[in-house]
Structures are given as C-alpha cells and as structure tokens.
Design a protein around this ligand. Structure first.
Ligand code: IMP
Ligand code: MG
Length: 174
C-alpha cells in the first residue's frame, strides 16, 4: 500500500487564479479596507498569496475552528479553538477558506461571525466541492470548482500532512 498524489491544479494555475481573485476583491472594495479572516490551518497559504494580490488596504486575523467528527467528513458542530484577536464590527470582512465540502463548518462559522456585526461578510474559498454540499452557504469568490475527490496541497492536509505541496493534488491511498 503506497500513498501518492496526482497533480490536479499546478502551482502556476493556482497562483494565476488567486491573482484574479485578488483583482476582483480589490475592484469590489475600491477605496475601502478589507479585513481578511484566515481559517487555520488549511487557508494559510491561500490567504498569504491572496493578500499579496489585493491592492486596497488589508488587515488580517486568524481563527482556528474544529468540527467534531471523524474521518474525512465534518459534523457541522463548530467549536472555536482560537478566536480572532480583533473585533470585526463595522469592517469589510472576507472569510478565507481552503475548501467548502458539505458547507457545515462555514454555515456555523458565518452565523457566529454575523452576530459580531461586520459591515460586510463575504466568503472566499480556494476550492469548492459542490457535489457534497449539505448546508446552504453562498460563496462570493471561488478559485476552482473541483470534483468529489479528496485533495491535498496548497494548505490542504491528510492527517496534517501534504499542506506544504505547492500545488493541489488528488490523494491516492493506494
Ligand atoms: P465542510 O464543513 O464539510 O465544508 O468541511 C470543510 C473542511 O473539511 C475544510 O476546511 C477541510 O479542512 C476539510 N476538507 C473537506 N474536503 C477536503 C479535501 O478534499 N481535502 C482536505 N480537506 C478537506
Ligand atoms: Mg482540514
């Protein structure tokens, strides 16, 4: 039994698309600052690359959430393990996710953040796996729509490994 990773999106493809998303966000918030919320750990690579491509003033904060459940699906019961350092009231908030699968994590998290009264609350995800959607979350900025396969790299992990791959690949457990 040997694990292997097949390239789905090359580093160049991912970075090119992130530059487009950065331009889109910059245009939409023209003249106003944006506050990026990076959902640790998976979104860290995406957030950094995206932040560099945004031309309006950017501030950043980080949050760690865990959804109870085992294996490769989430239960939708979100627990905040590390909360934001700053208040988001009145800010143009963009939540940055690595991948939206069932959508349960995000649905729950967005509900929590909405109660803190941001001026705007947008959602940006590098990858979207709509085939597995259960919760009704509306995504404002999507990098790539991907088929129902387990992907790793560019921040995404399998048992905490593979996050550092510079591309997005499909994990084959052999
Ligand atoms: P959701 O609540 O089902 O949308 O779960 C989203 C979270 O599950 C993501 O932030 C990832 O941490 C994880 N996840 C879902 N699909 C994948 C995948 O294909 N590869 C790696 N992690 C995944
Ligand atoms: Mg994860």
């Amino acid at each position: 039994m040997s694990e292997s990773v097949r390239v789905m999106l090359t580093e160049e493809e991912v970075n090119r698309r992130i530059a487009e998303l950065g331009a889109e966000i910059s245009m939409e918030f023209e003249g106003e600052p944006v506050h990026l919320i990076c959902i640790l750990k998976g979104s860290v690579f995406f957030t950094c690359e995206l932040a560099k491509r945004i031309t309006v003033p950017v501030t950043m904060d980080f949050m760690t959430v865990s959804s109870y459940g085992s294996g490769t699906t989430s239960s939708g019961n979100v627990k905040i393990k590390k909360d934001l350092d700053e208040d988001i009231a009145g800010k143009n908030v963009v939540v940055i996710e690595d991948i939206i699968d069932t959508g349960r994590t995000l649905e729950c998290l967005l509900g929590i953040l909405k109660e803190r009264n941001p001026k705007n609350l947008k959602l940006c995800t590098l990858l979207d796996k709509p085939d597995r959607r259960i919760a009704d979350v509306s995504v404002d900025y999507t990098g790539f729509v991907v088929p129902d396969e387990f992907v790793v790299g560019y921040g995404l992990d399998y048992d905490q490994r593979y996050r550092n791959l510079p591309y997005v690949g499909v994990l084959d457990l052999g």
